[in-house]
Design a protein around this ligand. Sequence first.
Ligand code: ATP
Length: 276
Amino acid sequence: MSRPPVGLSASGVEVWIDDHPVLHDISLEVPAGNIVGLVGPNGSGKSTLLRSVVGALRPRRGTITVDGRATGSMSTRERARQIAFVPQEVDLPADMLVHEYVALGRLPYSSPWSMGRSGDRAAVGRALRSVGMAEHAYSAVDHLSGGERRRVALARGLAQDCGVLVLDEPTNHLDIRHQLDLLTFLRTVGTTVLVSLHDLDLAARHCDSIYVLNDGRIPAHGEAVSALDPAVVAEVFGVSAHWAVNFATGRTHLVFEPGPPAQPAPDPTRPTMENR
Ligand SMILES: Nc1ncnc2c1ncn2[C@@H]1O[C@H](COP(=O)(O)OP(=O)(O)OP(=O)(O)O)[C@@H](O)[C@H]1O
């Protein structure tokens, strides 16, 4: 991407779907050039929040700004030049070639008589190379595997050349090498990234800060060690977790134990029904 990164912020965002509140008073900050992770259990509202941020859903209350400008006052085309969105599930049109699909990312810059300019072709080529899919440029999209489709969808977002990239679970369907490659690659893109992830340890390792979403609210945010404090993980995800050092690399990882979170040890000096 060549466009400079810009900051993204949401303030007091409330979203209703089908007469039900899904997001309650959400505020978040994604500083320019940062990678900010969004984690939370299934159904906590991650996709709803990302879709609201990119303008696919209209919040009932609250403001979303990009580079200090409210997105609600931007035209669709203008917003698409500011924020690129790669959704969780992407329907790739069956009879399209990979490079044609990625070129759709250039639509916000095109007029009917200018599609296929050399600048657009260069952006498409760059995006395909960066996700390791250049050799598939002339394949039909419906011949791709699930993981290859995810990478092509990301290429389309990169070709859009925006200051903010919003990714909904981009590691879905990717094998472990491609998950690590993708998250490492995001750091090199040089844009602002808001990304939802299910793997808490990957989020901790690759994001500058993390927002935890639970039942449409944000109970914790900040650097990984505080946002993903074991008490928060137990409360939100219902699993036992702790931070552990990998002695081979010196890195700290969040590791999990099966079963419910451990209860605090009983205080023997405190009366109970049994020893009273
Ligand atoms: N189109 C819709 N119609 C009705 N309810 C919806 C719709 N989209 C989302 N919801 C509801 O909003 C809540 C949040 O859903 P959302 O998809 O944002 O969660 P999520 O955190 O992204 O989940 P997952 O991790 O499973 O992808 C859920 O209760 C879901 O059922």
